[in-house]
Ligand binder design. Structure first.
Ligand code: NZQ
Ligand code: ZN
Length: 385
């Protein structure tokens, strides 16, 4: 097992009808900017619950944060934060609203051009406005991690940053808020959670049996509960279990001391930036193609997963077992109604392979747990999509 350090400072408040607890989490003397997306919180009653709970607080609003939150939009909120002396940010909505709010928190305190925050991955952040959230979409794990992903319209870029200054102070997770999710977003969240877990699990083995069991346990739970949620979107217990999978899927607890990959996400972000497909769609296309390309590097973990998750016979050769995991994972995505080819989304794979491998070449960037996915390999992976 590799050495690790871990501290997760976010207070979680999980369960039905917990939104009103927000009033006790933010001191009354704070001036709050409440951020949200395109209006789902007004339709499903979450907005009303929050405003009622905060009736004795000072609350300003900033709505309109898009899916794959845009730098250009977020900078408008940064202006408001500065002008109004906002000293607490409350994100109410999905991962995009929360990621956008994390960026606003850091950008409002950043000296220099805030896009630099993305160019240096968050390393130069020295301070941020404190933030909390009410998260309404199980997917990103943003409610319990220190990351955010921001897009720039002008240059069609989508980049991530991390900083301990942007951990939410608290996250309220009421699984009832997810009853109103369109099926497409429910599926996006299930795929994202699956792939987060795999980016941390499916690498090379450094003797982490407990972490491996946690991650495979999450996958088994997710697959079972996902079926229930899609069958009955108002199944509270299943919604709660899927949400908890999503939070645990990317709070990095499960993979402490493990080796991580993240190449599927890096390639997926480029597909979203260039073609606008959802994050969860891009991942369903790319994951199994990365696995095919790096099968030898990932053989042991993929083989173990075939036995433990997909019930394959462990007498089979590892090579065959790895193929079983690749095939069954693709089948699982398809069973959710998720399409797994670029052409399904109207994307020309030759163009995508060329553009994206060029981008990685320009950035001098190699991917994967062994840093051996070169731009030429990215080209091959996308040609297989
Ligand atoms: O904008 P509104 O009107 O709120 O509608 C949203 C949006 O249209 C809607 N929605 C959210 N909660 C809802 C709801 N509709 C009905 N009922 C609810 N309860 O769903 C749509 C998608 O929302 P979005 O926030 O974009 O989805 P998600 O949570 O999947 O976030 C995706 C973003 O997170 C990034 C992705 O790259 C993408 O930009 N990620 C963030 C990560 C992190 N911070 O650690 C890691 C992930 O790998 C990911 O990259
Ligand atoms: Zn993701």
């Amino acid at each position: 097992m590799n050495n690790f350090e871990f501290q997760a400072p976010t207070k979680l408040i999980f369960g039905a009808d917990t939104i009103s607890k927000v009033k006790d989490e933010i001191p009354k003397d704070k001036k709050i900017l409440m951020t949200y997306g395109g209006g789902s919180i007004r339709k499903n009653g979450v907005y009303k619950q929050v405003m009622e709970a905060l009736s004795e607080h000072t609350v300003l609003e900033f709505g309109g944060i898009e899916p794959n939150p845009k730098f250009e939009t977020l900078m408008q909120a940064v202006e408001i934060v500065k002008k109004e002396n906002i000293d607490f940010l409350l994100s109410v909505g999905g991962g995009s609203t929360l990621d956008g709010t994390k960026f606003i928190a850091a950008a409002a305190k950043y000296e220099g051009d805030p896009w630099e925050i993305l160019l240096n991955g968050g390393a130069k952040i020295k301070d941020a406005i404190p933030l909390g959230d009410i998260i309404t979409l199980p997917a990103t794990g943003s409610e319990m991690n220190n990351g955010a992903v921001i897009s720039k319209l002008e240059t069609k870029e989508k980049l991530a940053f991390h900083s301990n200054f942007i951990y939410p102070k608290f996250s309220i997770i009421d699984p009832k808020t997810t009853f109103s999710l369109p099926e497409k977003q429910t599926v996006n969240g299930i795929v994202d959670t699956f792939v987060h877990t795999m980016e941390q699990y499916a690498t090379y083995d450094v003797n982490t049996p407990l972490q491996d069991e946690w991650m495979l346990g999450l996958i088994k739970t997710l697959m079972t509960e996902a079926k229930k949620v899609l069958h009955n979107p108002n199944d509270y217990e299943a919604r709660a279990n899927v949400f908890w999978c999503a939070t645990c899927g990317l709070n990095y607890w499960m993979s402490l001391g493990c080796v991580q990959d993240w190449s599927t996400h890096m390639i997926g972000h480029e597909l979203t930036a260039l073609y606008g497909i959802d994050h969860g769609e891009s991942l369903a296309v790319v994951l199994t193609r990365v696995w095919k390309n790096r099968k030898n590097d990932k053989m042991n973990k993929l083989a173990k997963m075939a036995v433990e998750v997909f019930g394959a016979n462990d007498f089979l050769p590892k090579n065959i077992l790895a193929d079983i995991t690749i095939k069954k994972t693709k089948k699982f995505f398809e069973s959710l109604g998720r399409r797994t080819k670029l052409s399904d989304y109207g994307i020309d794979k030759i163009e995508a392979a060329k553009l994206i491998s060029e981008r990685f070449k320009e950035r001098n960037c190699t991917l994967g747990e062994k840093s051996n996915i070169t731009p030429d390999e990215v080209y091959k992976i996308l040609m297989d999509c």
